[in-house]
Design a protein around this ligand. Sequence first.
Ligand SMILES: *[C@@H]1O[C@H](CO)[C@@H](O)[C@H](O)[C@H]1NC(C)=O
Ligand SMILES: *[C@@H]1O[C@H](CO)[C@@H](O)[C@H](O)[C@H]1NC(C)=O
Ligand SMILES: *[C@@H]1O[C@H](CO)[C@@H](O)[C@H](O)[C@H]1NC(C)=O
Ligand SMILES: *[C@@H]1O[C@H](CO)[C@@H](O)[C@H](O)[C@H]1NC(C)=O
Length: 395
Amino acid sequence: MTSGASGRTATAGTAALLPLLFLLLQVSAGAGAGADCHFPAVFNFGDSNSDTGGLSAAFGAAPPPNGRTFFGMPAGRYCDGRLVIDFIAENLGIPYLSAYLNSIGSNFSQGANFATAGSTISRQNTSLFLSGFSPISLDVQSWEFEQFINRSQFVYNNKGGIYRELLPKAEYFSQALYTFDIGQNDITAGYFANMTSEQVVAFIPELMERLTSIIQSVHVLGGRNFWIHSTGPIGCLPYALIRRPDIAAVKDNVGCSVTYNKVAQLFNQRLKETVAHLRKTYPDAAFTYVDVYAAKYKLISQASKLGFDDPLLTCCGHDAGPYNFDPKVGCGGKVLVKGKWVVLGKSCDDPARRVSWDGVHFTEAANKFVFDQIVGGGLSDPPMPLRQACRSKGQ
Ligand SMILES: *[C@@H]1O[C@H](CO)[C@@H](O)[C@H](O)[C@H]1NC(C)=O
Ligand SMILES: *[C@@H]1O[C@H](CO)[C@@H](O)[C@H](O)[C@H]1NC(C)=O
Ligand SMILES: *[C@@H]1O[C@H](CO)[C@@H](O)[C@H](O)[C@H]1NC(C)=O
Ligand SMILES: *[C@@H]1O[C@H](CO)[C@@H](O)[C@H](O)[C@H]1NC(C)=O
């Protein structure tokens, strides 16, 4: 099944009659260029940049003050409020995505979120408890998605009742937008395992092969509209700067690591080519590559002009070093003092003026800025707005 009316263009070669031609042009204007797609659901895959509760459901909830700005309490997000995926859902008129792993109070009628914090494209040879990287790599997320389709349709059809309100209709799977934001942790996992940049760069082709085969599997299951984010300027994130001082040594005029950012850009170049290749291979599907890197770097490099404080200063953390980031005490982190738990990882007073929430993730204000940069298509290949991302097909 292809999505909606995008295939309906006027083949008006025989239209000698002016009124008929006029009519056809009107039809094609209404259904073709400029018209919004109908995305009744969003299925998201990724890491903490778009996790709306997956890791929290299984491995312990993100503690307060996460969520303080928008939700008024922790909401499974590593942020004071909404993520880019939340602004995407809002823009498409869809409720915030429930995490697939969250079995309590979830509503999947208009999508599901398979992203979990710490996830990577490739499987890690380590454990969450050793390295902080999640076992729910992208292939696992795609298996979850396969289970989700099969079981939701079985339950929708055979149990009915309340489940018809909580699970997607069958046709939503081909009409939905499939969003991906992953890769940051593959790069940092390499560096944090003490690899050289050459070693990290050397495994990018393997990452692209895995990503391609996973997107192919989603396509086989019916996905047709893909919206794929590039990875951000990792070299501007306090946790990465602190973890590898050697890689962080050479800085640009903003204070970001040149080396980390070069590797992130190299990853993104390969990602853009990979998406272009997928677009060629599957003319029945739409693939949009979205340059989130450019949006994030613009924010960081023009922070003061845009009304933000020092972009490398962590809002929620423990006063330690130049970034207010302490790798031992994260946002909401506590220590035991004379038998009493004391919160050390506290929020700054005004997260709306900060770019970095916790040294790893962006604040809601920063996420909103990034969303505003990407929603119109100006940073996309092809340059399709979010609401028209079912149209970025072609050979
Ligand atoms: C894990 O180990 C396997 C086998 O040695 C190797 O092929 C793979 O690249 C490793 N993965 C990572 C992420 O290091
Ligand atoms: C889903 O259903 C299809 C068709 O019935 C089957 O081939 C596939 O193995 C099922 N997948 C899972 C994960 O159950
Ligand atoms: C689930 O969400 C849909 C809209 O997305 C809504 O119509 C429905 O009432 C919700 N069901 C429950 C039980 O919350
Ligand atoms: C990486 O190197 C640092 C510094 O030599 C060392 O402390 C750390 O244990 C190493 N990490 C790994 C995963 O090998």
